[in-house]
Every structure is written in structure tokens, then in C-alpha cells.
Ligand binder design. Sequence first.
Ligand code: RUQ
Ligand code: CUA
Ligand code: CA
Length: 647
Amino acid sequence: MTTDNKNTDDKNVPESAPTDETRRKFLGATALLAGGGMAMGLVGCKNSGDSASGSASSGQSAAHGKFEVAPGKLDDYYIFSSAGHNGEVRIYGCPSGRTLKRIPVFNLDPMVGWGITNESKKIIGTKPDGSLKYTTGDTHHVHGSYTDGTYDSKYLWVNDKLNNRLARIRMDRMECDAITEIPNVQGFHGMFPDKRDPVDPAINHTTRVFCGAEFHTPQVNDGRDLRNPEKWFCLFTCIDAESMEVRWQVKVDGNMDLCATSYDGKLAAINQYNTENGSVLGEMMSAEHDAVLFINIARVEAAIKAGKSFTSGSSKVPVVDGTKKANPDPKTSLTCYVPIPKNPHGVNVSPDGKYFVASGKLSPTASVVETELVHKWFAGEIKDARECVVAEPEIGLGPLHTGFDGKGNAYTTLFLDSQIVKWNVAAAIAQFKGDKTAQPVVDRIDVHYQPGHGYTSMGETKEADGKYFNSGNKFSKDRFLPVGPLHSEAEQLIDITGNKMQLIHDHTAYPEPHDAIIVRADVVKTRQVSDMNDFPNAVKSSGDSRIERNGKKVNVYLTSEAPAFSLDEIAVKLGDEVTITLTNHDKVEDLTHGFGIERYNINFIVNPQETHSVTFKADKPGMFWIYCTHFCHALHLEMRSRFIVEA
Ligand code: RUQ
Ligand code: CUA
Ligand code: CA
């Protein structure tokens, strides 16, 4: 076997681990290493390995032929996936797992010219000298805009944990059209759009996007309190969905990890693993309970309207105080902290809107919080916020994220167990109330290996359809042909239509596949050819092609139409600042041209009817070929022009 991974030691395989290809040698090595730190502080898990709670399926494929998307046939779903520290967003077909598109966002992409064209630089943001402010990012969570509780195919949002930005993608073009930097936060991780207005029931679509912040920092972070963590704190942020401006922020106790919103628009929820405000691992794991923090949106906005806000540093964004100390009375409180064991991860809302589910991470449990009870706590009808928890089933080790099938079942990823566990929410509630016959766990399936996010088809909408669950695994180990020390990551698609889960297939993903949403294909409406009028700088006809000089600034206007550019030669003088504006006059779908200048580091594309521009300094004398970089025509190689720089 040429694919055998020689350096894995067979002796490390625990006796209980199957050694067929469903698990290979993984459990012997990586699980123990990766799990070692997390296992610390784990409380006992009765259910794990308990046959009464359902034993794991072998992980063998179901009749995956049934799910094959034959050549020329189209997928039924889109998967919109964040790409981790690659900084982009990706689109896969489901069930095929085919990569359909990579959307550059916080990264640079020479294929489309992202970070090279003036239009993309303006979206990314530039320094006074015109260079990019940031060239890297770390995307974690992608969510779509909502109307009436389901996707409306207008926008996607994605976070950048590294440089604390929120990006928007317009779904008709599947391109990033806006990026907003959030002031006074670090570790912007969880993000979720609202699903309707908290006060005006007539507004039943997304108008706000909520952003958590994982790391507490000095406030203001200008050199003060560098080593006084007791003075540091985190801000929760609301961004306007249309203008993309930061509307307001809330000072909170502890940190903020993942985010979710209620279907009534009234609540944003964030799991907190560091209520201790610890700066090192031991401190962050010291409390038995951390929390799910609920933000009362209407009350926050009323407080801001009433002027009960302050500002921080040079930021003009109004900030209100949502700490426990500042909110002693639930009836007026801006926030509710529901205690959850232990360093919880993930918070997801059931499609009926009734429950928020957070996973224990260091506790083998999922905690079910009832939405109605949170409202009652805010009304002063419940004293102890812990009473909002209506179930806490033991589901397995290292639970992280939960998807729903719309039929009352939840599917949670178990990082340490390398499994997906299916459990019934109603049974979990019955068990919590004392029903000893209730068995929440319905089924388990092995995944390969160590899943982070898992998500179901339409599962974050009221149209959850219970067809597919996709497991985003953090390790692929030996599932694919070896390609050197950096492994491909593994995503595994699971059929959840039956009582037992069935693995359909693995597909690879370039690191790191993080979170995603699965959207029904008929929901998504794209435009396959652009409208020239949407580009204000369009060169409307080839007759408008020209070179204009204004001192040292030279503006070049040209068009492309297969297989030629409208100018055979672009002549400038050494030291000129050159702006080239190119409009593609081809109208045929898929007829994209590229524009590259030899030795000038210029490379971008124009899709049919689109216009893009680049600005650069003519700093090398000589003749440099301009050529079309994107295969467009039988005479693609002949599609050239010349850039002449006179000394
Ligand atoms: S968090 S693996 Cu960045 Cu999405 Cu849970
Ligand atoms: Cu135009 Cu290749
Ligand atoms: Ca903690």
C-alpha cells in the first residue's frame, strides 16, 4: 500500500478502537494529543460508550450512489463555507461536495484581482498612501440575511477574527461588497444577523448584524492598562445590515464566543467560556459554570435613545453598560447571563424558535435554554437565570456545535469522541424533568476526525428540512492520499432522513473549513451576467478608448472584446502614475477576460459587461506585453497589447 502512513505507531491503537479504514490508526496518535488538553477538567460522562444510549455506526458509506450528482446534473443545495485563516468564503455543491467558487474577502486573490483593482482596494480599505490596510484575515462564521425566518438570498456576512472586521457578500454576484472594522474589540468570533425587528413587527427581515468579541482588552487600547487585565473588557457590537455602519456596542462581563439570534428578533445569545475573565488557561477553566449571555435588543436601543451611553476613545459609537453590576434589576436589565457548564461552545437555535442549545465542551452535556423563559426572566417572573435551562442531556465528550432537522432532533459534534450524536430535544426535556424512561440519545456515527462545526440543510431557518448534515472535521489524518505535512481537511456529508445517520461521502477542503450554512438551491438567485450601468466608471464603447494626461497622472480607458483589447499600445513616461480602466464588452455568459502586464505585478479579470481599474507607478522603462490571462477564445493567446514606458 503506497498510501499507508508509515510513521504511525500501531502499538498506540487502544484495544477498543476498530482498525479498519473507518478509523485507521488515528485514535492511537492524534486523538490523544489533540484531546489531552481538553480532557483536563472533564467531568465524568456516563453516556459515552454506554450501549443504552446508542452505539456508534461503523461509519461505512450508505448507498452513496443514490446521492451521486451525475455529470451535467446540478446539486440541490449550496454550501456557503468560511475558510478559516485563508480569509475567504467558499461555495460547494451539496450533495456532490464540488467546489463551485472561492470568494476572496479578507485575503488577496490574483485570479480575480482582489486586492489589486482599485474597486476591491476601496472595499478592503487603504492607508493614506493607497496601500492596503490589511492583507490577511481569519473567517469563522458565515450567515445569510433573513426574511420571515428564512434565507432571502440577499446577503451573506462573514467575520474576521484577526483584524476584527465584518464583511458582506452580495448574493446576486457572490462578491464581497462591504467591509466594516469594529472599534475597541479583539477576537471578533461569533456573528449572527437578526431575523426580524425587535420592536416593529412589520419589519420581518434582517436589519442588524451582531458581533461578539472573544478577547478582553484594555479600554481604550492606547497603551494604558497593558498588564492590568482586571480593567480589560469585551464589547458586543451591532452593525447596520444595509449601511454596514457600527450602530452601537454593549460592555459585558466575560468574553463572547459564538452568537445566535431568536426568531422573534428580540434576543441575541452568545456563549461565554471565560466568565472568569482569565488571561491564562487555568484561570479560564476555574469556574464550574460559564454562561450563555442574552442581549435584550429593544432595551439596549431604548437605553441608547435615552442617552444612557458613553463613547470609548476616538470611536463615536455609543456604548451602553451590560455588566451585571450595572443591571441589578431583571425588569430593566439589558442582559441576562444564564449559567451553563463548563467552558461552553456553540449556541444554536432550534428551527421552531423555542430553544437555544449550547454545548458543554468541557462538560459532556448540551444545555437547552427555553426562549420563553428568558423573556420571563427579563419580565422579572423568574429569579434565577439558571431556571431558563430546561434540559441538559449527557451526549458525549467534547460537544461543540449543534444542527437541527426540524423534526425535533438535534445533531451535535463531539470533538473528543470523533462522533456526531443525534438526540431528541423533547426526550431530553422529559429526562431533565425526572422521567427516568426518557432516552434522549437516538444514534451516533463516527466521523473522521474530530469535528468542529456541523450543520444541517436549511437548519438555521424555520425551513429546516432534515435532509443533510455536514460535519466539518478538524483532522483528516489518513482519509486521503498523503500530500505532505499539511493535510487536506475532511468534510463528511451525512444522510439524516432516516432514524439512523448514514455517511454519504467525504470531500476534501483546503484548510480550514470552519462553519457553513446549507441553502436550498431554489432559494439562491444569482445574476450570471453583469449590467454595464452598475459600473460608474464603465468605458461605454470601444470608441471611447483613449489616454488622458494630467501632469504626471495618466488615465487609460480601454475595452475588451474577444479576442482583442481596444488599444494596441499604451504609452506613458517613466515616473507617471498610471490608472487603467478596462470594460469588458462581451455579453456572452462566462466570457471573462484577464489583464496582465509583464513584470508590473498587475493581474485582474473583467467578467462580461464589467469594469475594473488599477493604479500603479510606471517605474521601469521598456516595452512590456499586456496579455489576456483568462482563457476566452481560440485566439486567446493573440489577445495582447503593449505597455510602453519611455525613459
Ligand atoms: S468556533 S469549531 Cu470559530 Cu466556529 Cu466552533
Ligand atoms: Cu481574453 Cu483570453
Ligand atoms: Ca470558563
